[in-house]
Ligand binder design. Structure first.
Ligand code: ZN
Ligand code: ZN
Ligand code: ZN
Length: 341
């Protein structure tokens, strides 16, 4: 009994709190995996039927809807195009129809669901050059600006799935844009958290974190920086090798990004994804953009950013029941490893 008492308690994990949302995460420390252990060997890619024409290489021949945007390079072949999703999650309609059933309330799923496709069937963002990625940001912005004033649109969600496990049902690299009538709970909790922090501290919570990461915190979680953008593993990372990319200056609205910022932002995004690609041997991942809603209100305290989440684990009972995720590597260790890539 005495001996038991003297035994030093080994720290096996830390609970860390998200500065914006107040959510908790668990970070494994003591027995966490070494960074090299995350790169699995050969990734099994699903065999594609060579007879079947890719929807995104041949949008006309496979019956896609007409483009809403198309970029060409030098008057020849197209380099990027955007068209409505053939299988949308929302129907295009101007007027949201509400309904109720007893104590419940709902509305029709209306909105705009579009696909942003780059030309090359194989070449993913990790392997594009920064000008090609800047063109993707350009398309996000152009479509955003076009959809933001539609009557039924209050939020525009832009995301990218890579790999089957991350939900990419078509292997051809593409992003999606969903313009919807409601603000998601996650964005809502960030908006609320940013406002509460601002009222208490008189400064933007994201600017505070970025200043800490880039200036005062020994840069231990930073993986890349240029003049306008920073890429870092957040203090309260929810998954192993999570990376955020954010403008260094206070910018609430993504759609106001300048041409110069598109290039530096593209560089930061491409470098971050490329490092994850190399470190984890082309893992499945999702990234998405969080920006101020377009519901006619002002969000001066918010700060747009991109969150990149590699698929390194599956959600199981604990995560689903508590909403607390377990990251199996310390963000500082992950960042150190990514910096070397
Ligand atoms: Zn294709
Ligand atoms: Zn800010
Ligand atoms: Zn966010």
């Amino acid at each position: 009994m005495e001996k038991e008492k003297d035994k030093k308690i080994e720290k096996i994990s830390e609970l860390r709190q998200d500065l914006v949302t107040g959510d908790w995460v668990v970070i494994a420390t003591g027995r966490s995996k070494r960074p090299e252990e995350y790169a699995v060997g050969e990734r099994i890619r699903e065999k594609e039927d060579p007879e079947k024409k890719c929807f995104f290489c041949y949008p006309e021949e496979t019956g896609q809807e007409k483009d809403v945007l198309i970029y060409g390079q030098g008057g020849g072949d197209w380099s990027l195009r955007v068209f409505p999703n053939k299988y949308p999650a929302f129907t295009r309609s101007r007027e949201p129809k509400h309904f109720d059933e007893g104590p419940y309330f709902g509305m029709d799923g209306i909105g705009y669901h579009e696909i942003v496709v780059t030309r090359d069937h194989e070449k993913q963002i990790a392997n594009l050059d920064k000008m090609e990625v800047a063109e993707i940001l350009d398309a996000y912005q152009e479509r955003y600006v076009d959809l933001m004033n539609k009557k039924s649109v209050n939020y525009i969600d832009i995301f990218h799935n890579h790999g089957k496990e991350a939900g990419a049902s078509i292997p051809h690299p593409h992003s999606q844009l969903m313009a919807i009538p409601v603000i998601s709970p996650y964005v809502k909790s960030e908006l609320d958290g940013a406002e509460v922090y601002y009222i208490a501290n008189r400064q933007c919570v994201y600017c505070t974190m970025i200043a800490w990461e880039s200036e005062y915190g020994n840069k231990k979680r930073v993986i890349f920086e240029n003049e306008d953008f920073i890429a870092y593993c957040p203090f309260s990372s929810r998954v192993a090798f999570e990376v955020w990319v954010a403008p260094k200056k206070h910018k609430p609205y993504f759609e106001r990004i300048s041409n110069a910022e598109k290039i530096s932002g593209a560089e930061a995004l491409q470098v971050a994804i490329n490092k994850i690609y190399k470190a984890l041997n082309d893992p499945p991942y999702n990234f998405y953009l969080h920006t101020s809603p377009c519901d006619g209100k002002d969000y001066p305290h918010f700060h747009w950013h991109i969150e990149i989440l590699p698929h390194t684990a599956t959600w199981a009972g604990f995560e689903l029941s508590t909403g607390i995720e377990i990251s199996t590597i310390e963000p500082e260790v992950a960042a150190e490893y990514l910096r070397k890539m």
